[in-house]
Design a protein around this ligand. Sequence first.
Ligand code: AMP
Ligand code: MG
Length: 343
Amino acid sequence: MEEHKENIQAKDVNVKMSNTREKVEKAKPCSRICPDEESAPQGSPSQSNSDFSHPVYKEIALANGHINRMSKEELRIKLAELQLDTRGVKDVMKKRLKSHYKRQKLLQSASEGGPTDTYYDYICVVDFEATCEEDNPSDFHHEIIEFPMVLINTHTLQIQVDSFQAYVKPELNPELSDFCVKLTGITQKMVDEAELFPAVLQQVVTWLQERELGTTYKYAILTDGAWDMSKFLNIQCRLSRIRYPQFAKKWINIRKSYGNFYKVPRTQTKLSTMLEKLGLKYEGRPHSGLDDSRNIARIALRMLQDGCQLRVNERIHAGQLLSVPSSAPVEGAPAPHSPRSRD
Ligand code: AMP
Ligand code: MG
């Protein structure tokens, strides 16, 4: 199933590297020490005090060197001693231990006015479900039928309990295929009783506004792959004759972040594989948008705990999917606004 999603993604989406330079930050000079990639700051919001030359990075680099020489058993013992998770493959354990020391050192450094490492206050996980057919004919127009959101508090490193979920009534193909019902667990009755997409998007906006996201709090949207935004939301907005929402124009593609952080190829970034490699099991019903979102959130949480600074890495512009380079400055998503008509 996931491979299917991956394949259609690769086929349908026109990925281009962004060559927008106006916002691209100049690379920091490597003055006193050149820390390895894992000890280096990943472009923190408080860039001004995230300089490679800060002595904290030398300490982190030394700790990393030591961890690189540890055996799997030594890693397990150390993690257990520190009351950290001991699950996962050796590389995951290594990363977790390095991140623990890095976080400790950066926390200490932050309290002394040195570098810090948090980008967003909240990460908002979204995983749409859409109408589909068994082999999705090439001219098939997917319509969103479930809009779930799960919030992660990056400071407490917890998933918020008040997640959002709404089913959506499809307009173009109001009858769900048997395949779609079986795949998603979404019944005809659920969508018949649901509101149309613009009304659901308004509920989403209100929910985000109530949580002061984009105003008091800095947040970013996170998805499993590029397809949710660049394909499902993009198509849906056209079908519903509304403008693509500004707040969803940039997002974190967790597959990309996971691959870069744990240094694994894209073939190992399917939802089930990411969970498995982290020593986690899928909880709930696969292809339920809310359960998928929760499981994606569990991966994101583990990555944050392992010290990954999840940051926006993709965006949509004029209907095209683009990469956001890691050198771009970190900005939170803008405050959400009510859907606007395309006309
Ligand atoms: P997922 O997030 O993996 O549950 O997939 C999102 C949407 O992609 C589903 O609601 C379907 O519309 C479509 N999809 C996923 N897997 C398949 C599949 N095997 N065949 C057809 N459509 C699929
Ligand atoms: Mg899903």
